[in-house]
Design a protein around this ligand. Structure first.
Ligand code: FAD
Length: 473
C-alpha cells in the first residue's frame, strides 16, 4: 500500500522524517510535489526562489530515480490534489514536514484534519528546525522576544535529531492521473524577462539540490569554518557557508550541518557558527508566535513613524546599485548577479534604505523576496525589522550604520567594492569607500559612477534621528 510523502521545503532524501515514517509503517513511499503558489497568501515565492526550486526539484527527481522511484508532480489546490492522488492510488497515509509561514500553518492543519476524517493517516513531522517554535518558552511560558535568552534555553535543552542516511532503494509506482511535467510549472526564469531585466549569471553560482548542499557543507567544513568567528564579517572573503538557500529549501537538515562540524575545528569557531543557525531557529520561533510581523512592525510605536514617500527613481537607484554609496551599490549588485548577499552587507544596505533614505522596510523586504535565492519569510522579516529597529530584539533605532565606516572596517582595502563596482576599480584602495571625500568624485564620475551619494552620511543620520524624536512615546 502506498503512503504519500508530500515534499515541500524538504527537497532531500537524507534525514527525512516523513519519508522514514512511511518506510517504518511498512508502506510504499509515493513522492509527491504540488505546485500551489496561490496558497501562500501575499508571499508567493519570488523569481529567484522559483528558479532555484525548479532546479532543486529536477535534482530531487534524479535522486529518486536512482533509487527506483521518481517525483510525481501536480499543480492545483493541495487538499484536492492529495485527496485525488490518495483515491487513485489507494494510499493509506500522507506524511509531510511542518512549515511555519502564516496561512500555510492554517492550511496544513485543515488538510490534516480533513484527511484524517476521511480515514487517512495524516502526519506532520519536524524536518526543518532543531526546535519546533512551541518547544522553547520563557519561564512564564511565553514566546521569546530576545535572542540571547532564547539561545541559552535552546542550548540547555540541546537534543538535535540524529543524522540518517537516505534509503538506498524505493519502490516504483506507475503514473498517477493528473501528473504534470516539471517544466510546465513555469518556475524557470522567463526568457524575455530574464534577458532584459535579470542577470542570468546567478544561475551559475549555485548547485541547487541535496548533492549541491552536501558539497557546500564539505567546502565549508574544510575551509571557511576555521576562520568563521573573525572572518564572517568580511564580505571579500568566502568564509561563510552559503548554505542559506540549501537550508531554506530543506536540501540539508540543520542537524546534519551541526553533526558535520564536530571535530573539524576549534570549539569557539563551531559555537559561533551554530549560534547563527540559532538565529534561524529564533526567526522561525518569532514568525510562528507573531505572524503579523511579515508585514507590520513588531514594535507598534513605529506605526506612526514618518517614512518618506519612496520616489520611484530613489528606490530604483537602491535596487540597481546606483546610490553613489560604494558599499551599498556593491551589495545590491552582488544580489542582482548572484541571488545572494553577504550578511554584513545586507545589514548595511537595509540600514541605508530604512535610515538614510527613510524608506519603509517593507519595500526592501519585497525586493529581497524577489531576488534572493535564500528568500525566507522568517529570516527576511526578522532581518529587516532588526535593522529598521522595529522588530524583536532590534538594534536600537538611534544606532544608524554609517556605510562608509562599515566599508572601511569590513572591506578595508576596498576589494569587495572593486569587485562589484568596476567604475571604482581604478581608484586607490583608500578612496573606494567614499570617493567624494577623497577628492576622487570627478574620476568616479568619468567612469559613470554617481558623483555624490543620494543622501549624505551625516545628513541622513540627522534626519532619521529627527524623525524618530517626532514619534509618539
Ligand atoms: P552563514 O554565516 O554560513 O550562516 C549559516 C546559516 O545560519 C545561514 O545559512 C542561515 O540559515 C542562518 N543564519 C545566519 N545568519 C542569520 C540571521 N541573521 N538570521 C537568520 N538566520 C541566519 N537569511 C535567509 O536565509 N533568508 C533571508 O531571506 C534573509 N534575509 C535577510 C535580510 C536582512 C535585511 C538581513 C540583515 C539578513 C537576512 N538573512 C536572511 C540572514 C543572513 O544574512 C543570511 O542567512 C546569511 O547571509 C546567509 O549566508 P550563509 O549561509 O553563508 O550564512
Amino acid at each position: 500500500t502506498p503512503a504519500i510523502v508530500w515534499f515541500r521545503n524538504d527537497l532531500r532524501l537524507r534525514d527525512h522524517p516523513a519519508l522514514q515514517a512511511a518506510l517504518k509503517a511498512g508502506l510504499a513511499p509515493l513522492p509527491v510535489y504540488i505546485h500551489a503558489p496561490h496558497e501562500e497568501g501575499d508571499w508567493a515565492p519570488g523569481a529567484a526562489s522559483n528558479a532555484w526550486r525548479h532546479r532543486a526539484l529536477v535534482a530531487l527527481d534524479a535522486d529518486l530515480r536512482r533509487r527506483g522511484s521518481r517525483l510525481h508532480v501536480f499543480a492545483g489546490d493541495s487538499l484536492a490534489t492529495l485527496q485525488a492522488v490518495a483515491a487513485a492510488t489507494g494510499a493509506a497515509a500522507v506524511f509531510w514536514h511542518r512549515r511555519h509561514e502564516p496561512g500555510v500553518e492554517e492550511r496544513d492543519s485543515l488538510i490534516r484534519r480533513t484527511l484524517h476524517r476521511q480515514g487517512l493517516r495524516a502526519e506532520a513531522h519536524n524536518g526543518h528546525l532543531l526546535y519546533e517554535p512551541w518547544q522553547l518558552a520563557t519561564r512564564n511560558g511565553e514566546p521569546f522576544r530576545v535572542f540571547t535568552p532564547f539561545w541559552k534555553a535552546a542550548l540547555a535543552a540541546w537534543n538535535p535529531p540524529r543524522v540518517q542516511p537516505a534509503p538506498t532503494a524505493l519502490p516504483t509506482i506507475g503514473t498517477v492521473p493528473g501528473e504534470v511535467p516539471l517544466d510546465a510549472l513555469g518556475l524557470q526564469p522567463r526568457r524575455g524577462w530574464d534577458a532584459r531585466f535579470w542577470d542570468p549569471r546567478f544561475q551559475d553560482c549555485w548547485t541547487p539540490g541535496e548533492q549541491g548542499a552536501i558539497a557546500a557543507l564539505g567546502r565549508f567544513t574544510q575551509e571557511g569554518v576555521h576562520g568563521y568567528d573573525e572572518g564572517r564579517d568580511l564580505p571579500a572573503r568566502s568564509l561563510t557557508s552559503r548554505l542559506s538557500p540549501h537550508l531554506h529549501f530543506g536540501e540539508i537538515a540543520p542537524w546534519r550541518v551541526i553533526d558535520a562540524l564536530v571535530g573539524t575545528t576549534a570549539p569557539e569557531q563551531r559555537a559561533a557558527y551554530v549560534r547563527e543557525l540559532g538565529w534561524r531557529e529564533f526567526a522561525h520561533h518569532v514568525l510562528h508566535h507573531f505572524p503579523h510581523t511579515t508585514d507590520a512592525n513588531f514594535n507598534r510605536r513605529f506605526d506612526d513613524f514618518e517614512w518618506a514617500e519612496p520616489a520611484p527613481a530613489t528606490l530604483d537607484a537602491w535596487q540597481q546599485g546606483r546610490t553613489g554609496v560604494p558599499i551599498v551599490d556593491a551589495g545590491m549588485r552582488e544580489l542582482w548577479a548572484t541571488g545572494w548577499m553577504h550578511n554584513r552587507v545586507r545589514m548595511v544596505v537595509a540600514s541605508y534604505l530604512t535610515k538614510h533614505l527613510r524608506i519603509h522596510w517593507r519595500h526592501g523586504a519585497r525586493w529581497f523576496w524577489d531576488t534572493l535565492v535564500d528568500a525566507d519569510l522568517a529570516n527576511n522579516s526578522l532581518g529587516w525589522q532588526w535593522v529598521a529597529g522595529t522588530g524583536v530584539d532590534a538594534a536600537p533605532y538611534f544606532r544608524v550604520f554609517n556605510p562608509v565606516l562599515q566599508a572601511r572596517r569590513f572591506d578595508p582595502d576596498g576589494t569587495y567594492i572593486a569587485h562589484w563596482v568596476p567604475e571604482l576599480r581604478g581608484l586607490p584602495a583608500a578612496a573606494r569607500h567614499a570617493p567624494w571625500e577623497a577628492g576622487a568624485a570627478d574620476e568616479a564620475a568619468r567612469s559613470g559612477y554617481p558623483r555624490r551619494p543620494l543622501v549624505g552620511m551625516a545628513e541622513g543620520r540627522r534626519d532619521a534621528l529627527a524623525a524618530l524624536s517626532r514619534m509618539k512615546a
